[in-house]
Design a protein around this ligand. Sequence first.
Ligand SMILES: NC(=O)C1=CN([C@@H]2O[C@H](COP(=O)(O)OP(=O)(O)OC[C@H]3O[C@@H](n4cnc5c(N)ncnc54)[C@H](OP(=O)(O)O)[C@@H]3O)[C@@H](O)[C@H]2O)C=CC1
Ligand SMILES: CC(=O)C(=O)O
Ligand SMILES: [Mg+2]
Length: 413
Amino acid sequence: MSDFRQQALNYHAEPVPGKISIELTKSAETAKDLALAYSPGVAEPVREIAANPADAYKYTAKGNLVAVISNGTAILGLGNLGPLASKPVMEGKALLFKRFAGIDSIDIEVKHRTTEDFINTVENIADTFGGINLEDIKAPECFEIEKALIERCDIPVFHDDQHGTAIVTAAGMLNALEVQGKNLHDAQIVCLGAGAAAIACMELLIKCGAQREHIYMLDRKGVIHTRRDDLNEYKELFANNTDKRTLQDVIAEADVFVGVSGPDLITADDLKLMADKPVVFACSNPDPEISPDVAHSARNDLIMATGRSDFPNQVNNVLCFPFIFRGALDVRAKTINDEMKIAAVNAIRSIAKEAVPQEVLQAAGVDSLEFGKDYIIPKPMDPRLLPRVARAVAEAAIASGVARIALPENYMQ
Ligand SMILES: NC(=O)C1=CN([C@@H]2O[C@H](COP(=O)(O)OP(=O)(O)OC[C@H]3O[C@@H](n4cnc5c(N)ncnc54)[C@H](OP(=O)(O)O)[C@@H]3O)[C@@H](O)[C@H]2O)C=CC1
Ligand SMILES: CC(=O)C(=O)O
Ligand SMILES: [Mg+2]
């Protein structure tokens, strides 16, 4: 067994299994404490909440509690390995919520037969939480699930693989193109993958200025084009009227490659076909569509990003979901809308252009980081992400009319 594999297994197994636990926020030592915490005292907030459900935010942990919910049908790039196998990833998301944004989070892995079963299960438990982060649910079911839950729940429901990924991809892409002296409007874009992450990334890039007709999307069968009769309604939105059929056909002279598909699906020769100064985001986890070493050996004018922590330019939804939920929860937003997503894009990308604090350099194990080819996006442990992204998101929620309360005084100062 490789050293790293054993270390990862030990990390998860010892000293106690798993990565999260629950801690108490109130004293529970004396008979008086118990009388307040439990019977008879607990009856008082029960009566208040029964009379006014919004008081759940006042008397329970609801307002700072996010459920991370999966059915394990698209666990990272590992595929459909079922709900239980997804638990380490979901506990990992809970760890990140707490570590980066102080949000309490619990993972819920759902076994279900039909999509409607899954939707009903989540709908029926939704009131417990301040928000719901859907995770690693494959396309196309994820689209129907998220839409139905947004309609049926009055808390933010956010499919992280769609929107978290899209927000970070857009932030990184705008910066990378700027470094390369290009712009999104003119960019020729290839997207390998046509699932949850791919569809959302491309839709958000279009909202940020990309042209739909400049995007070629591919699934396992090749280029998505108008003469295919096997496309779902989401892929159809990206069908090009073209004779191009293969990755090599479309990657030739492309400015941008976004991979949200699976491991090792493009080669050095494919990258050599791209236009000058290309941007390559190989974001499949844990193994990217092409390794950075291979990509850099193919050409020296590219900007390369992956979803991983162990290479420069980590384009990963961890840069978004803790902070967008922080902002949404703090103004009790009913939903997470496009205005909040764009605010997150701009907040994330702006941080990369500023001087990097010493503590971030230390955590990253480098002497310096400067906006450029190897630093297009902030590091996840950058302490500026929390105040900047959360505030931008909360303000956008208020301005767009989905916040239920005002920004707390001196918020994030
Ligand atoms: N860095 C990050 O932050 C994130 C990265 N990702 C990564 O993106 C990938 C997809 O995740 P997600 O969208 O949630 O999963 P989905 O299951 O929703 O989509 C997977 C897509 O990849 C396509 N695909 C798989 N294998 C191939 C192949 N050999 N050739 C072409 N296309 C292929 C599938 O094609 P078809 O439609 O034909 O089945 C499908 O369209 C994963 O590797 C995941 O780790 C996801 C979220 C965040
Ligand atoms: C990062 C992530 O959410 C994924 O790869 O699925
Ligand atoms: Mg995921």
